[in-house]
Design a binder for this molecule. Structure first.
Ligand code: MN
Length: 210
């Protein structure tokens, strides 16, 4: 399952595939216009795999869609309530609300990073704190949102634990996000889990004619 688009000045792409042998994928990418120029990105990993994992992810995706303008910590709590009778999910949220910052918040094992170009090879500029917990089952005590600065061209990358996290140096930042996400999925997905990559970057504002 590959998807991509342009939301305002933000270019994004997702790539996912089910655990080999499974028909449905329990990992889900969500991209939502959140009002103004804000775009909300979510990477969801329903616990385990198969239809029950997909149901947990679908439930969270619906809650996010219905409440997209709420602050990230509120969204996590709303998802937690809605997933109480599912097997639960890992969830990571990133909000591009301007061209120069990202807010993020995650529960469970979805890695979220800002990757920047450097002279030799891409480097990690910032990494979201991974907080232990399962949305729908147990939230951590402190679910506070972090705000990180980004520059035009920096890449926001969200990957579920079905991706082996040694891919940073292999990224070609000159390529479109659709190619970057597809390449990471193809080369770094584990054979033992569903796998998902979500990539986004701000392409910069064009100056209006005077
Ligand atoms: Mn997983």
């Amino acid at each position: 399952m590959h998807d991509n688009g342009l939301s305002g000045a933000i270019e994004w792409a997702s790539a996912a595939r089910a655990l080999p042998g499974q028909r449905v994928c329990g990992d889900r990418a969500v991209v939502l216009d959140a009002g103004g120029e804000s775009v909300l990105f979510a990477a969801l990993d329903g616990l385990g795999h198969g239809p029950a994992a997909a149901e947990a992810s679908d439930r969270a995706a619906q809650v996010l869609s219905d409440n997209r303008a709420e602050p990230l910590d509120v969204l996590v709590v709303l998802c937690h309530r809605a997933l109480a009778d599912t097997r639960g999910a890992a969830l990571s949220l990133s909000l591009f609300d301007t061209g120069d910052r990202v807010q993020w918040l995650g529960v469970g094992n979805v890695e979220t990073r800002i990757v920047a170009a450097a002279p030799a090879k891409p480097t990690i500029r910032a990494t979201a704190l991974l907080t232990a917990g399962i949305v729908g089952y147990r939230l951590p005590q402190n679910i506070s949102t972090q705000t990180v600065p980004v520059r035009v061209g920096d890449l926001l990358l969200m990957t579920t634990d079905g991706i082996v996290s040694d891919y940073i140096e292999t990224i070609d930042l000159s390529r479109p996000t659709a190619e970057i996400a597809a390449a990471i999925l193809e080369r770094h997905a584990k054979d033992t889990d569903d796998a998902l990559v979500l990539a986004a970057r701000h392409r910069g504002h064009t100056t209006p004619a005077q």
